[in-house]
Design a protein around this ligand. Structure first.
Ligand code: NAD
Length: 500
């Protein structure tokens, strides 16, 4: 049967790419199965999309905050009605286990609701006092213009909403370039906006490869904000391109080498659960995945024994199976990268405690990796302990006390997420204050963020501008406004207004 062709959602209509080229999306559990064909967009498509956004911008801006927000409410309701089919699309296309896929969709719904609520509160600035009491000063948040959102495949529905919900409500037009590995999820999102009646050009979805569809959107002189989530290498290139344009800003949310710190006094059952969730959910393919478990040497033996025993039971398989813990890797490159990291632990002289990769594969041609656990002392020259493996691959490192654990946590170039498991609030407070990270948890895994808090990392995990609730200053320009309510001009700072 011929694969279904799906289109870009551009200027309110569905259209193929102008070059007429297509790319395939495949099911990572059954790579022989093509999910659909999608437009391989290029410069001509980008030109058209940016023109449509540019034309729509003034009308969307002048609609006002409250009316704009109502579109997000409509979209969230449509998604609620479509929750199960949407979750199944995520599970099939991204290989995320169905419960994780559902959580991805729910996070998107919550984000749309958050954006709606923000708009309905109606606050888009603040009133300030002035030293001259007859002056009224305020700050108005003006939309910046055309926002480009470039997203990875691992949160194929939640992340586009993180980047576009507030962008739209705050008066910007949005062009979303979803990952080429999850285009059906991007198409589904466009469908909700179409059904919600979004005006043409306000929200568009353009498919294609990063180089041919993403890069021209970043470089286009009429785009104003670039919101990027993905690998550090691509993020850095985007930052360098954006720096060439005086009117552009960008946010870069990239990877991490996150850790769970397990202290001497930790509840070990909680520590094992936090470790398993942090290391293996989404097959370790989260930016906040813990690649390291930094365990106090006084409990390392007991913790390791329980952790490895539980990792042996983690069920890997069909993403549609509710009883599985995680599903597939996204593609063959992901499998190969994970295998390289697994081999490297042996070359680097670590003890391999668990390697389940000789177990039978759930499907013969699917992209699978099973849990891999190794152990050894901290070395900041070890690639597998310091670089993002983006696979179910975790190292257990003994440390002594909270200060050493935090020092080891900080000894990589990344700084995204971290957690500490301890019954002692002093240790938790020390870790919170000294861990160089953007996202910190106490007695929780280091995964599981929501939209209400800022989301972003320090060092090479981003460009220090958080996403989610932290995006408002990037999406708006604060205009400083001063009214004189008097009949004469009185200057501040004692400056004379007398004309001599
Ligand atoms: P990726 O960088 O390969 O791709 C991300 C997006 O960028 C895709 O849409 C891709 O088409 C596009 N792209 C690629 N080259 C481009 C270019 N030259 N110009 C413009 N766009 C381009 O990342 P991925 O493999 O999809 O995702 C995995 C990475 O994402 C991991 O490093 C992970 O840690 C990171 N990630 C970070 C966060 C976060 O919030 N910090 C969240 C999820 C994933």
């Amino acid at each position: 049967m011929a694969a279904i062709r799906m289109h870009n959602f551009m200027n309110g209509v569905w259209c193929p790419s102008q070059g007429g080229d297509w790319f395939e999306s495949r099911d990572p559990a059954h790579p022989g199965e093509v999910i659909g064909l999608f437009p391989q967009s290029g410069t001509a498509d980008i030109e058209e999309a940016v023109s449509a956004a540019d034309r729509a911008q003034e009308g969307w801006r002048s609609l006002g905050l409250v009316k704009r927000a109502e579109y997000l409410l409509r979209v969230s309701r449509l998604m609620e009605e479509d929750l199960e089919p949407l979750a199944r699309i995520i599970a099939q296309e991204a290989g995320k286990q169905i419960n994780e896929a559902r959580a991805d969709a729910v996070e998107a719904i919550h984000t749309a609701q958050y954006a709606f609520s923000f708009g309905h509160l109606g606050q888009y600035g603040r009133v300030l006092g002035d030293e001259v009491p007859t002056k009224r000063c305020y700050e108005v948040l003006e939309p910046r213009g055309v926002v480009v959102a470039i997203t990875p495949w691992n949160f194929p529905v939640a992340l586009p909403f993180w980047l576009t919900g507030l962008s739209l409500v705050l008066g910007n037009c949005v062009i979303l370039k979803p990952s080429e590995y999850t285009p059906l999820c991007g198409t589904r999102i466009a469908g909700y906006f179409e059904q919600a009646g979004i005006p043409p050009g306000v929200f568009q979805v353009i498919h294609g490869a990063g180089e041919t569809a993403g890069a021209p959107l970043v470089a286009h002189p009429k785009t104003h904000v670039v919101l990027f989530t993905g690998s550090y290498e691509v993020g850095l290139r985007i930052k360098q391109e954006v720096a060439k344009h005086a009117h552009k800003v960008c946010t870069i949310e990239t990877g991490g080498k996150n850790a769970v710190l397990v202290m001497e006094d930790a509840d070990l059952e909680m520590a094992v659960t936090a470790g398993l969730l942090s290391a293996f959910k989404t097959a370790g393919q989260r930016c906040v995945t813990a690649g390291r478990l930094l365990v106090d040497s006084r409990v390392a033996g007991r913790f390791t024994e329980r952790f490895v025993a539980s990792a042996k039971r983690v069920k890997v398989g069909n993403p549609m199976d509710e009883s599985c813990f995680y599903g597939t890797m996204i593609n063959q490159q992901g499998v190969e990268k994970g295998r390289r990291f697994n081999e490297l632990t042996r070359k680097e002289g670590f003890d391999v405690l668990l390697d389940r990769n000789d177990e039978p594969l759930p499907t013969p041609d699917g992209y699978w990796l099973r849990p891999f656990v190794y152990a050894g002392p901290w070395r900041n020259d070890s690639v597998c302990l310091t670089e993002e493996a983006f696979s179910p691959h975790v190292g257990i490192v003994p440390v002594r006390g909270v200060e050493e654990a935090v020092a080891v946590y900080n000894d990589t170039k990344y700084g995204l997420s971290g957690s500490i498991i301890t019954e002692d609030y002093r240790k938790a407070k020390y870790a919170e204050e000294h861990m160089q990270c953007g996202i910190f948890y106490w007695n929780l895994p280091c995964i599981g963020a929501g939209v209400r808090l800022p989301f972003g990392g320090v060092k090479q995990s981003g460009n220090l501008i958080p996403s989610a609730a932290g995006l408002i200053p990037v999406l708006t320009h604060p205009k400083a406004v001063t009214y004189n309510l008097d009949r004469t001009i009185v200057m501040a700072q004692g400056l004379s207004a007398e004309i001599k």
